[in-house]
Design a protein around this ligand. Structure first.
Ligand SMILES: Cc1cc2nc3c(=O)[nH]c(=O)nc-3n(C[C@H](O)[C@H](O)[C@H](O)COP(=O)(O)O)c2cc1C
Ligand code: SF4
Length: 415
């Protein structure tokens, strides 16, 4: 197969990037600029810092050779002789697993010069990050890879034109690149028959929260959300027979859905575990497949508290380049702290709404959106719970959700 044939098979497979945005992988590859004499790079994004998402870790821990094989095939398709795996700092032990698998591939002649007499050279380097969520954003990743502070770049130019060291670059998720192997083995058309509609192939879901069987599941995107939560094959239901309250279906940055909109769409159809069904209704009544981090909340969970912890995370991880994100994430955290602890006012809920709406779409990178969406969805679907924290201030104050230790570093805003 020629490199273009490989790209064509990936296009036919309908594979959508598994890192969160779901952009078609084959199309992304075909955008790669190919100026004469300029090296190109493939970079595998193994930063995996989205709260609730731990599927790439599973792949790298258990079948590192699948990823290595995927990198070799993708590098051949893209003309990358030097490819990188950029991995989050906290996955230190996985670096050893990857290094060993890479060495084994080298020893067997699958990496290095003139691989299997094909005339193609390729090597893979593993680069450890220092543990910053923003370094998963592709342009921040490139900056970090180049040894600089991981600040996102303004786009355009996109990495396909000007990426690592200003060379044309493709950044793909671990799961996306691992999927290249079955695509080439089966053929793009066969692969596209797995799944449904534009949700082709299989998808790894990392499930956690109030479920009996947390873990990483491979699904073919034809099952319903209800089946995923309640069947013994997957999450095994909710502990102690508690009721389902809500779920974040695609990692912490995607909108939370209350149980009624999670199990059925606003049209009354069964909500399915695929890209189209999870986003049915837009953000008004739907959510996103995202990175597949599935976080379940039972009836005892406080949505205001969980929204606060997420806001705290995004404030901490903002790189600080854009004012709406730098300032807005801090204000959202403080307001949520105040509300959660029974010190809030009704007007704080509207202020929170306004701040999130000012962040969305007004920043250099999507971390701003990722910080705004959880807050917007929580207010949209659970406004009564926010209001309860104001009308039942004393009860809210005496509840102990174990957040007290968070109080010190962040000063609550004055009443
Ligand atoms: C703040 C932020 C963090 C991200 N973290 C990751 C990550 O850890 N892994 C990942 O694959 N993509 C992450 N992404 C998405 C990447 O920017 C990029 O879209 C993705 O790696 C492309 O791969 P794909 O096309 O195979 O999905 C993140 C995006 C943002 C905005
Ligand atoms: S949105 Fe936030 S994280 Fe992204 S560039 Fe702006 S300040 Fe940095």
């Amino acid at each position: 197969m020629s490199p273009d044939d490989v790209v064509e098979e990936v296009k036919k497979s309908g594979l959508r990037g598994r890192g969160g945005a779901g952009f078609p992988t084959g199309m992304k590859w075909s955008f790669l600029a190919k100026p004469e004499g300029v090296p190109r790079h493939l970079i595998v994004n193994a930063d995996e810092s989205e709260p609730g998402t731990f599927k790439d870790r599973y792949l790298m821990e258990h079948i590192p050779h699948l990823l290595i094989e995927g990198i070799i095939v993708a590098s051949y398709a893209l003309g990358s002789n030097t490819s990188f795996i950029y991995i989050r700092g906290e996955y230190a032990w996985i670096v050893d697993i990857l290094e060993q698998a890479i060495q084994e591939a080298r020893n067997n002649g699958f990496l290095g010069k003139n691989i299997l007499n094909s005339g193609f050279d390729c090597d893979i380097h593993v680069q450890r990050g220092a543990g910053a969520y923003i370094c998963g954003e592709e342009t921040a990743l490139l900056e970090s890879l180049e040894g600089k502070r991981g600040n996102p770049r303004i786009k355009p130019p996109f990495p396909a034109v000007k990426g690592a060291w200003d060379r044309p670059t493709v950044v793909n998720n671990v799961e996306s690149i691992s999927a290249v192997v079955p695509i080439i083995n089966l053929g793009g058309e066969e692969y596209a028959k797995i799944g449904v509609g534009k949700s082709t192939g299989t998808k790894l879901i990392s499930a956690c929260g109030n479920i009996n069987k947390p873990g990483v599941y491979e699904i073919d995107m034809t099952i319903s959300v209800e089946e995923f939560i309640y069947s013994d094959e997957y999450c095994g239901g909710i502990p102690n027979g508690k009721r389902l309250k809500a779920c974040i279906p695609g990692g912490s940055s995607v909108p939370i859905l209350p149980a009624n909109l999670l199990l059925k769409t606003a049209k009354g159809e069964q909500r399915m575990m695929n890209y189209e069904s999870l986003s049915d209704g837009g953000f008004q009544t739907g959510s996103m497949m995202g990175s597949g981090g599935f976080i379940v909340f039972d009836e005892d969970q406080c949505i205001v508290k969980h929204t606060y912890t997420l806001a705290r995370f995004y404030r901490h991880e903002s790189c600080g380049q854009c004012s709406p994100c730098r300032e807005g994430t801090g204000w959202m955290e403080k307001l949520l702290w105040r509300l959660e602890n029974g010190q809030g006012k009704m007007s704080d809920i509207d202020l929170l709404w306004e701040i999130q709406s000012k962040i969305e779409g007004n920043t250099i990178c999507p971390l701003g959106d990722a910080a705004a969406w959880p807050v917007a969805a929580a207010i949209r679907h659970f406004r009564d719970e926010f209001e309860w924290h104001v009308t039942h201030a004393e009860e809210a104050q005496v509840r102990n959700f174990g957040l007290a230790h968070y109080a010190d570093p962040i000063q609550p805003i004055p009443a």
